[in-house]
Unconditional design. Sequence first.
Length: 244
Amino acid sequence: MTRPVSNVPKHVAIIMDGNGRWAERRHHPRVFGHIRGSAKIKPIVQEADRLGIKALTLYAFSTENWSRPETERSVLWRLLKKYLLRERDGLNEKNVRLHVIGELERLESEVRAIVEETLEMLKNNTGLQLSFAISYGSRRELVRAARRFAEDCLAGRQVPEAMDEDVMAGYLWTSDLGSLRDVDLVIRTSGEKRISNYLLWQAAYAEFSFLDLCWPDFGPEHLRAAVEEYGNRDRRFGRIKSEN
Ligand code: FPP
């Protein structure tokens, strides 16, 4: 029996970093790190659900990752396909809903078809909201939102005065998450301490946890520890009195 955790963050976003370094330190090709890293997703999703986290967003592929060699990219797409095909029945049984944030249209048709099929299959689920950020970049997301809002204004569906923080949030890829769209806790593995174009709007008031271990070494116990530590933090959102 594991002890219950209080003050659980509603939305946790993870930068699964350090796969390449993990493999290189072991004199393996970088892709070996991605293979090990992809095996860590299932136990982390299960633990997130057990902890009572409502939304979990995982950074799987950034807009910048397109500049990686084709061989590495194709392994990442193969791992994504395998993960979805292998796990989607189990996710469905657990009432997990899947979201994808990012430029889905840039994916090759076979990967995109599997992603879309899985989104459809899990679309009525109401439990953990699991998002994969794929071909995602926050700046791209904000530029696209601005462009779509401008188009809506030109078409008469919107007026400039209507723009506020809520309206803006509705134009972002995370809009489907509704009240869960703001991120409470960002976890980054690998020891790097940066945000790397990830959820810049959504994480405006997030707490951060930078862990000195690579993603393939990250386990449910580390997620639990980060969540427990979050529970002890004083979140003031710019005010004097804390609010959690
Ligand atoms: C960062 O490590 C990780 C990625 C760019 C991809 C994350 C992908 C996975 C965990 C596997 C994909 C599987 C699914 C199911 C989405 P890095 O290569 O940047 O590591 P480095 O900084 O040490 O080079």
